[in-house]
Design a protein around this ligand. Structure first.
Ligand code: FAD
Length: 353
């Protein structure tokens, strides 16, 4: 049986909830379909030592400040999960769980959202599926020869699983730096490999400054001024306290990326080799957009071309929270509110037309 509503939001993490908040404020009937069994989006799967880049009050969705976590300036992931669970309850957001969206099809004046629990017909769709379910692994020579374990960031929990082992962490972004710092304080023989020298942001820059930068960029874009560049122009790694401590103690030294994997480890560009039991790829994510394959929307690098959050080739579709290409800082707690509001407003206009 096909169910009907005005808007289907796909994904019930922070972006889907921010969309629900603004749709509700505008009185737009909607449903939020989420594959996960519990609230919290990707934060449910974060490693144990992960801390936010920003204090709680700078990590809030629209309408409700994140409460301070007692004893912590930078909240942990469990705190974010309980904030998001509380948020959806407080605003009575219509989240349906353990519903996997398989595909979205054009169906005359509607979009048909096909799920593993039946179909939905809607006049507009907001996709907020994040990136966590699409870990990216680069093609590196020899990766099939390596007989040790290969993991991605999404599978890492804590150093306990690696006690006494030779671990190579790959990646010079925040995940790589934080996981390397985590392992560096344990009984682990760590090698950290990065494509270029690690670029730390100044120690006094945290998520607050990043958000201010993104806000200034958004204003510049709104006013038609020169693009100041995304937050990546400031550096790659936020020096959160555990990263700073490991770096300052000299335990975070990066090696230039190895040339290839061997059966027992890696080979560097000078031909020398390092043995390893485990390689952890902290090499990022791609947007989880497979459910749009049948719409055949144009884009580059796995993205869909957007104007703001709206898909250029399908104006009934909005994309939310995937990164700067769906709104400056839209892949952050504090940054997703504004693009969510704009998406809801545009959809309200579409429904009125
Ligand atoms: P997600 O949280 O991934 O939620 C997507 C939801 O959609 C999930 O529940 C998933 O189950 C569901 N879903 C996916 N596909 C489907 C489907 N086909 N059908 C139905 N449901 C589906 N941001 C900050 O603001 N501050 C920080 O300090 C910070 N630190 C970060 C550290 C790391 C290591 C990472 C990876 C990110 C960090 N972020 C931070 C960025 C950002 O806040 C997260 O990536 C955030 O989880 C994105 O939220 P989302 O709702 O867009 O996606």
């Amino acid at each position: 049986m096909t169910q009907r509503t005005d808007v289907v939001v796909i994904g019930g993490g922070q972006s889907g909830l921010a969309a629900g908040y603004h749709l509700r404020r505008l009185g737009i009937e909607h449903v939020i379909l989420d594959a996960a069994a519990a609230p919290g989006g990707a934060w449910q799967h974060a490693w144990e030592s992960l801390r936010l880049f920003s204090p709680a009050q700078y990590s809030s969705l629209p309408g409700r400040l994140m409460p301070v976590q007692p004893g912590e300036t930078y909240p942990d992931a469990a705190h974010v999960v309980s904030y998001l669970a509380d948020y959806e309850k407080r605003y009575e957001l219509p989240v349906r769980r353990e519903v996997w969206v398989e595909a979205v099809h054009r169906d005359g004046a509607h979009l048909r959202v096909e799920t593993d629990c039946g179909d939905w017909q809607a006049r507009a769709v907001i996709s907020a599926t994040g990136t966590w379910t699409r870990p990216f692994l680069p093609a590196v020579p020899g990766s099939r020869d390596f007989t040790g374990r290969q993991l991605h960031t999404v599978q890492y929990r804590s150093p306990a699983a690696f006690t006494g082992q030779r671990v190579i962490v790959v990646g010079g972004g925040n995940s790589g730096a934080q996981i390397a710092a985590d392992l560096a304080r344990a009984d682990v023989h760590l090698t950290w490999a990065t494509q270029r020298l690690p670029r730390y942001l100044a120690d006094d820059i945290d998520g607050r400054a990043l958000f201010d930068h993104a806000t200034a960029r958004r204003r510049a874009l709104d006013d038609g001024r020169t693009d100041t560049g995304g937050v990546a122009s400031l550096g790659d790694i936020v020096a959160v306290p555990p990263v700073r401590a490991a770096r300052d103690a000299g335990r975070l030294t990066a090696e230039p990326m190895f040339a290839r994997l061997t059966a027992t480890g890696v080979e560097w560009s000078d031909g020398s080799q390092t043995e390893a039991d485990v390689v952890i790829w902290c090499t990022g994510f791609r947007p989880a957009l497979a459910h749009f394959a049948s719409l055949r929307l144009r884009g580059t690098r796995g993205h869909i071309t957007t104007l703001g959050t709206r898909a250029v080739d399908e104006p009934r579709l909005h994309l939310l929270g995937y990164g700067d290409w769906t709104g400056p800082a839209s892949a952050t707690l504090i940054g997703v509110g504004r693009p969510a509001r704009e998406a809801a407003r545009e959809i309200a206009e579409l429904l009125r037309a």
